[in-house]
Design a protein around this ligand. Structure first.
Ligand code: GLV
Ligand code: MN
Ligand code: MN
Length: 413
C-alpha cells in the first residue's frame, strides 16, 4: 500500500500559502495571527477526516482517528516556523500524518489502535523560549502555569497570545500517553544527501543549551572616548562570538556553537553602546562534553567582564540533555525501509524535535528524508518530491507496525 502522493504534496503546497515569504518559505512565528491561520487550515483538514480534535491548555492540537480501542500510535510535529522558515520543517511531519490516516481510511484498513496526529505549540523556540515548549508541557516536563507565563521576544505573554488566536484549549496537560510516537521530518542537514541515502533512521537528538547573555558597559561618544578608557559591550559581544567559534573548533565535531541574535542599544553609528544582548546556542550529542563547554564558557565570561570593565549576566533559555530513541522503534523503521528496498542510514538529529519530549514517556523514534544541500531555517529549504512521498510511505507502514507491537514495559519509560 502506498500513500496518495498528489494529496500529500498539495497539502504541503497549500499550507505554504499561509504567510509566505520571498524565496519560497514561511514566517509563522508561534502563536502569531499567521500561526493561527495555519492552525485553522490544518484543523479543518483534521475535521474533514472525521478526527476527534482536542486542543489542550497550551494550544497543542491532536487529531485522533478513533478506529480501535486503546492508546494511540501518535505522529506529528509542528507548524510554527522561524522568521525565515522553510516550507517543510515540521509541516511535513504533520501533513504526512494526515495523509497516513486518510490513506488507511480510503483503503478500508483499520489499524489495531487509534492513530493520532498532532502539532505542538512553539516547537521552534524562535518567539518563546524554550523550544519544544508544547510537547514538553504535554509530557509533564514543565508546569502549565510556568508555560503560560512565558514572555516572547516581542514582550507578549504566551497565555494572551493563545487566547488571541483562539487556541487556549481545555484539554489538560500532561496529556494522555501514546502507545508509541514516531515523527517524520526533513533532515535539515547535509548527511543523507552527501552519502546518497534517501532515508534516515534517527537514533537520538543531541543536547541543547540556550542562554541569553547581557553585557552592560558605558555608553559614550565614539569620537572622544579613548580606546583604553572604553567599557564597550559591542567589543565584548565580538569576543564572545570568536570564543565560541574557537571552542567548537577546538572540541571538534559534533560540537556546535551559534550566536544567532545580537542586539545593541542604542545601536547608532557614533555611540559606544550601553548594552549588548546576544543569544548563545551550544549543542553536543554527549552530555558531559556539553557540560564542559558550558562551564568553559561561563569561566570565559567571568574573566572577560573583569578584563573589559563591564558587567555580564546570563539567563538560561533552554536546556535539554541528549536523547536516545527506543531501539525497538528504530528497528521497526529500519525494517520498513528494507521492505521498500531502501537502505536507511542511522544518524542522530542535530535539530531539536517534539519526538525528543515524547521519548520521555513512550517508545519513540524518527524518520528523516534528505534536505537538498542541507539547507534549513531558510526559505530555500527543499526536499525532492519523491523523497517526501517515500518518507510518508515509511511513516504509514511504521505506524501500522507500531499499532501491532506490544511494548513490554509499555509507557513506563
Ligand atoms: C529547532 O528547530 C532547533 O533545533 O533549533
Ligand atoms: Mn522542525
Ligand atoms: Mn526548525
Amino acid at each position: 500500500m502506498r500513500i496518495n502522493s498528489g494529496r500529500l504534496l498539495a497539502r504541503i503546497a497549500a499550507l505554504a500559502e499561509v504567510s509566505p515569504i520571498s524565496g519560497g518559505g514561511n514566517c509563522r512565528l508561534a502563536l502569531t495571527p499567521e500561526d493561527g491561520h495555519g492552525r485553522d487550515l490544518v484543523v479543518s483538514w483534521m475535521k474533514d477526516l472525521d478526527l476527534r480534535v482536542s486542543i489542550d491548555v497550551v494550544g497543542n492540537v491532536i487529531g485522533t482517528w478513533e478506529c480501535a480501542p486503546g492508546s494511540p500510535v501518535m505522529t506529528g510535529s509542528h507548524i510554527d516556523t522561524v522568521r525565515t522558515g522553510g516550507r517543510f520543517d515540521g509541516t511535513y511531519g504533520v501533513l504526512a500524518g494526515l495523509e497516513v490516516i486518510q490513506c488507511l481510511q480510503d483503503a478500508g484498513i483499520t489499524p489495531k489502535r487509534p492513530l493520532s496526529v498532532g502539532f505542538f505549540t512553539n516547537e521552534e523556540g524562535a518567539r518563546f523560549a524554550p523550544d519544544m515548549l508544547g510537547s514538553l508541557v504535554y509530557v509533564g516536563g514543565m508546569a502549565v502555569e510556568d508555560a503560560l507565563d512565558i514572555v516572547a521576544i516581542d514582550g507578549a505573554q504566551l497565555a494572551d497570545e493563545l487566547e488571541a488566536i483562539g487556541y487556549r484549549g481545555s484539554h489538560p496537560c500532561p496529556g494522555p500517553t501514546p502507545h508509541a510516537f514516531v515523527e517524520l521530518h526533513v533532515e535539515q542537514g547535509p548527511v543523507l544527501q552527501s552519502i546518497g541515502r534517501r532515508l534516515g533512521t534517527v537514533t537520538g537528538v543531541q543536547g541543547i543549551s540556550w542562554q541569553e547573555v547581557t553585557i552592560n558597559g558605558q555608553s559614550n561618544h565614539a569620537g572622544t572616548t579613548p580606546m583604553s578608557m572604553r567599557k564597550d559591550p559591542a567589543y565584548v559581544a565580538g569576543r564572545i562570538i570568536v570564543f565560541l567559534r574557537e571552542l567548537a573548533t577546538r572540541y571538534g565535531a559534533p560540537q556546535v556553537c551559534t550566536v544567532g541574535k545580537v542586539d545593541l542599544v542604542p545601536n547608532l553609528v557614533n555611540v559606544v553602546p550601553a548594552t549588548a544582548t546576544l543569544t548563545v546556542d551550544i549543542r553536543n550529542t554527549d552530555e558531559l562534553t556539553l557540560q564542559k563547554a558550558e562551564h568553559e564558557f561561563a569561566e570565559f565570561l567571568s574573566h572577560l567582564a573583569d578584563e573589559e570593565n563591564v558587567t555580564i549576566s546570563s539567563r538560561q533559555l533552554a536546556r535539554f540533555e541528549p536523547v536516545t530513541f527506543d531501539e525497538r522503534v528504530v528497528d521497526i523503521i529500519d525494517s520498513v525501509c528494507a521492505s521498500f528496498a531502501v537502505a536507511p542510514h542511522q544518524l542522530p538529529s542535530g535539530a531539536g524535535h517534539d519526538a525528543q519530549m515524547f521519548a520521555r514517556v513512550c517508545p519513540t523514534a524518527m524518520i528523516f528524508v534528505p534536505s537538498i544541500n542541507g539547507i534549513s531555517h531558510n526559505p530555500a529549504e527543499l526536499t525532492d518530491d519523491e523523497d517526501l512521498v517515500l518518507g510518508c510511505d515509511v511513516l504509514l507502514h511504521t505506524m501500522l507496525r507500531l499499532a501491532n507491537t506490544s511494548f513490554t514495559e509499555e509507557n513506563s519509560r
